[in-house]
Write a protein that binds this ligand. Structure first.
Ligand code: FAD
Length: 536
């Protein structure tokens, strides 16, 4: 078995090319929201688990909190090159680290609404129903909220479904300017609620990991490990177990099957300049929506000519993102808020009240900083001196608008002969996104930001090509009951391959209009519990 090194990081064992070097009960590919949480669920069982992670640990360094390093130099963005539908290269905003994209995420940990589990009519087509209901899924949302130490309060958002247990921690309090906006909205008949937040504010037993509310959640790694990311919450705590092995800088290239094609027999890994093959009773691919599809498509064989588990031709299709906009309102007064993302509003989430279409979710995001503005909108800010951008950021009140993107078969990931990702994508529901923006403008007028100037920007993106902002990618291996139209069954097992599971945001048949990570985490716990039963 592979040896464990400092930090609990396994050193692994070099294998002979093409030879299986070790057999495990479970291999998990990727350590993000899906893979990390799955490993955490399985680890106490004592089953031998091998985690294969393409990246390494994200270094804890001063640059973690340095806006120019993070937003202008893109220090933590992978060097990957992907290609759009016209073959034009772009650098996707993906993050290959232990913890995956959660190392950089904003830790806004929302549940989907019950309605999201049913079919919803949208301007650009239907958002399909899930094969299980919100009520069936609910227990795992609760478990994920407790595992990830979410701050919030159930019961204040009229669109939310039932909950079996309150959040483990009370909501993060609004700072004065946000509280003013909150109160003004309530007085105006709106229904704002405290945003669910995955930060470690109450870690009395781990003071070194206590959040200092520094405004560096969204888009930054957390230097003091006080953000509830998958590395801190799920992966690190299991690494001292004898039955858990983590190999970093270990990129899974493809999966091999037995002759019948119904069972994965080898996981081929590129590591340290060589190639190793591992095997397991169960293989869970959790590499993120685009990369999980990539691995399956690269695993084409005689039995699976279009890619592993792709008899339905659905692998890679129905790629979804979100139709999102960050809107910066400029207040007349400086906005001294530090930790801003404490409030959200779902008043326009569904159709009704005179709205033909669902519009989506409005939430606050991390406070603007000059480097983010420069990095994300280089054309707009090219000539602006730093002090001018700093002044803009000082007066900024920052909102994040999310409209659902509906699945389209033509929005898809494919791979070329060299294994490069090609992403064909056209955003949906622009009319709804515009409707949400118009509602926000009314809100801004109502809360006294009437003299505002509004900047619209695509916050997660600092590249010219919109599809490069892949932060909320989902949907490339959707689950369902019909093998002709889905890749995975309801347990997230591939219809065509008995021991293959996909456990990241790929499984989602629709993405709703709230951030996807909590749903990936809850689903990973759900699939983990299924696997424990299966392996028992
Ligand atoms: C800047 C930013 C802000 C965000 N903010 C929020 C937020 O506030 N709330 C929210 O809900 N969501 C947010 N998200 C999205 C959220 O982080 C993702 O939805 C979530 O992490 C997806 O989980 P996943 O398991 O599908 O993929 P990931 O978490 O990305 O994990 C995939 C893992 O697989 C590894 N991997 C990839 N390919 C291979 C391979 N071939 N071999 C081995 N390993 C591989 C990767 O390195 C990674 O560790 C944000 C994302 C970003 C980038």
């Amino acid at each position: 078995m592979a040896a464990r090194g400092a930090n609990g990081v396994s050193q692994g064992r070099s294998g002979d090319d093409g030879q299986v070097t070790d057999h495990y009960d479970v291999i998990i590919v990727g350590t993000g929201a899906g893979g990390g949480t799955l490993a955490h669920t399985l680890a106490p069982s004592g089953k031998r688990i091998l985690l294969l992670e393409r990246g390494n640990y994200l270094p804890r360094e001063k640059d973690n909190w340095d806006p120019p390093q993070v937003f202008i130099d893109g220090r933590y963005i992978s060097k990957d090159t992907w290609y759009d539908a016209d073959g034009k290269p772009f650098q996707p905003q993906v993050h290959y680290f232990v913890g995956g994209a959660t190392k950089m995420y904003g830790a806004a940990l929302y549940r989907l609404r019950p309605g999201d589990f049913g079919e919803i009519r949208h301007a650009d087509g239907p958002s399909p129903a899930w094969p299980l209901s919100y009520d069936e899924f609910e227990p795992w949302y609760t478990k994920a909220e407790w595992l990830y130490q979410v701050h919030g309060v159930h019961g204040d958002d009229p669109t939310e479904g039932h909950w079996s247990r309150q959040y483990p921690w009370p909501p993060v309090s609004n700072e004065p300017r946000i509280q003013e906006i909150f109160d003004s909205l309530r007085q105006g008949g709106y229904q704002p609620f405290p945003a669910p937040c995955g930060i470690l504010l109450n870690e009395a037993n781990r003071p070194a990991s206590t959040c200092i509310r520094c405004n560096t959640c969204d888009g930054f790694p957390c230097l003091v490990h006080a953000k509830s990311d998958a590395e801190v919450i799920a992966v690190r705590p299991i690494l001292d177990r004898e039955n858990v092995t983590l190999l970093v800088d270990a990129e899974v290239e493809r999966l091999e099957t037995d002759q019948s094609g119904s069972s994965v027999t080898g996981v081929v890994v590129s590591r340290g300049g060589g190639r190793e093959t591992y095997s397991a009773d169960v293989v869970a691919v959790c590499a993120g929506a685009a990369n999980s599809a990539r691995i399956l498509l690269r695993s084409a064989s005689g039995r699976h000519p279009a890619g592993l588990a792709n008899g339905s031709d659905q692998v890679g299709r129905n790629y979804m993102f979100h139709n999102s906009n960050a809107v910066v309102a400029l207040d007349k007064q400086p906005n001294d808020t530090v930790f801003q993302k404490t409030m959200a509003l779902n008043d326009f989430y569904f159709a009704g009240d005179g709205r033909e279409w669902p519009l989506g979710n409005i939430q606050m995001i991390g406070k603007s900083n000059w480097a983010a503005m420069k990095g994300e909108e280089p054309k707009l800010t090219k000539l602006a001196p730093r002090f001018a951008l700093e002044e803009v950021a000082r007066h900024a009140v920052d909102f994040w608008l999310t409209t659902e993107d509906v699945p389209k078969p033509g929005n898809r990931v494919t791979v070329d002969r060299d294994g490069n990702v090609h992403l064909a994508y056209r955003q949906t529901n622009d009319a709804e996104a515009d409707g949400l923006y118009q509602e926000l403008r009314k809100i801004l007028n109502h809360v006294g930001l009437a003299a505002h100037h509004v900047l619209q920007k695509n916050f997660y993106m600092n590249m010219a090509i919109p599809i490069a902002g892949v932060a909320h990618q989902a949907g490339t291996c959707r689950f369902g009951t019909d093998p002709a139209t889905s890749v995975l069954d309801v347990t997230c097992r591939a219809h065509e391959v008995d021991n293959l599971y996909v456990v990241d945001t790929s499984f989602m048949p629709s993405i709703g209009a709230v951030n996807p990570a909590l749903t990936a985490m809850a689903n990973a716990i759900r699939v983990g519990e299924h696997l424990l039963q299966r392996m028992a």
